[in-house]
Design a protein around this ligand. Structure first.
Ligand code: UD1
Length: 393
């Protein structure tokens, strides 16, 4: 079976790494990794390939930055070219970035089955670009690999046939579990002269938080207040840096004595920093999940989340963007007044293997190379409904 796996932007690389690894263990899968080039900076792209021991991409589309239509359109055209030159059985896309929807759409138009990893997540707010990408990608997908039960319910509500939905768990947590030990061993807090448990980490890059001057000034007020309570490490995303620069806000950041504004970190360094943080302030989707997996308090600076299990079971609280509210809730977290959280089902480090099993089950000859029957049953039995397990095997 010939399969293309697509990655375009930073969060994609973290999801694709364990999938590539799992596919390697299966006979008969010929995998082509396509990097669209949506993210191209060292810090957002090659650093991740290196940290996650990913093979170099087989095909690099080099689309770069641009407005949504422009960027999505460039991926569409370039990826169509790739598909027209190859005979491909499945195109696998992950997450919700512009590259995800563009490649799903190209594949569907070329009548190639689409597999979507991290399907079914919904914020129910279509003003968010990623929400549009999620809805469209899921409408086109033939295999919908979900991380949680809420995602299954969303898809069923939207009319996706049940037999296309596979709840496999969370591939991002596969990567976290694999590298957590290495990341902690780097002792990143000490590189900033910080004590484990004695600092906050902040990451913000959503257009709704950083593109308007008013919102970004609010963010700066929050950073000012928070660094009054503890040290704050602030790895700055290129979009955010550009806007801080544009609105003349960089000098004020440097006036805050306990704020550490730094360049974006690679995967291992960032995970090492996250793991020992007292609290995390973010608008990222993936970081809401990573903090839940690590048991670290997370304040999500958005109006809602498409990852509700991080709130109902994990350590995430959606706080919005009002500086007064955010600082008050941060104070609670620093005082230790926070839910301990639990690890959601399927966030166990085996999600990518379950995906590989489902894909391979399409052709009975694709037996897993390193798994006995018991292991396969354990993987399926954990999450995929029993009746489906029988069909697949
Ligand atoms: C994208 C994803 C978002 C994801 C985020 C992670 C979409 C719609 N958004 O947002 O879901 O959470 O990646 O980072 O796909 N830039 C660079 N170097 C790069 C890439 C971008 O400097 O390597 C700058 C460019 O000025 C660019 C801006 O960052 O215009 C935004 O990049 P883009 O990929 O369009 O969106 P992100 O905000 O990174």
């Amino acid at each position: 079976m010939r399969i293309i796996v697509v990655a375009g932007a930073r969060p994609n690389f973290v999801k694709v790494a364990p999938i590539m690894e799992a596919f390697k263990k299966h006979h008969g899968l010929s995998v082509t990794l396509v990097h669209t080039g949506q993210h191209y900076d060292d810090a957002l792209s090659s650093a991740f390939f290196k940290d996650l021991a990913m093979p170099e991409a087989d095909v690099y589309l080099g689309v770069g930055s641009g407005r949504h239509g422009e960027q999505t359109g460039k991926v569409l055209a370039a990826f169509e070219d790739v598909l027209s030159k190859r005979s491909i059985d499945i195109v696998m896309v992950v997450g919700d970035v512009n590259s995800t929807v563009a490649c799903a759409l190209t594949a569907a138009k070329c009548q190639i089955p689409v597999a979507h990893v991290e399907a079914g997540l919904r914020s129910f707010d279509r003003t968010i670009p990623e929400e549009v990408n999620r809805v469209v990608t899921d409408a086109l997908a033939d295999y919908l690999f979900t991380p949680s039960a809420d995602a299954d319910r969303n898809l069923i509500r939207e009319g996706v046939p049940k037999e296309r939905i596979y709840r496999v768990g969370n591939v991002m947590i596969d990567t976290l579990r694999r590298y957590e030990h290495d990341a902690r061993a780097r002792k990143i807090p000490s590189k900033f002269n910080l004590q484990p448990g004695g600092y906050a980490v902040c990451t913000l890059h959503r257009p709704s938080n950083v593109d308007s001057e008013q919102e970004l000034r609010g963010v700066v007020r929050i950073l000012e207040g928070l660094q009054g309570q503890c040290d704050v490490v602030f790895p700055i995303h290129p979009r955010t840096r550009k806007k801080l620069d544009e609105f003349g806000l960089i000098p004020s950041l440097h006036r805050f004595t306990r704020l550490h504004p730094i360049e974006p970190l690679g995967y291992l360094d960032f995970l090492g920093l996250l793991a020992d943080a007292a609290l995390v302030l973010t608008d990222s989707g993936g970081i809401q999940e990573e903090t839940t997996a690590l048991g670290v308090p997370c304040l999500t600076m958005r109006a809602h989340t498409e990852r509700p299990v991080t709130v109902t079971q994990g350590t995430n609280v959606v706080v919005g963007t009002d500086p007064k509210v955010v600082l008050q809730v941060a104070g609670r977290a620093l005082a230790g007044d926070w839910p301990r959280g639990a690890i959601p089902e399927g966030w166990d480090g085996c999600a990518a293997e379950r995906i590989a099993q489902v894909i391979c089950a399409r052709t009975p000859t694709l037996a897993p190379r390193e798994m006995d029957d018991e292991h396969v049953t354990a993987l399926y039995g954990a999450i995929v409904p029993k009746d489906r397990m029988r069909d697949q095997r």
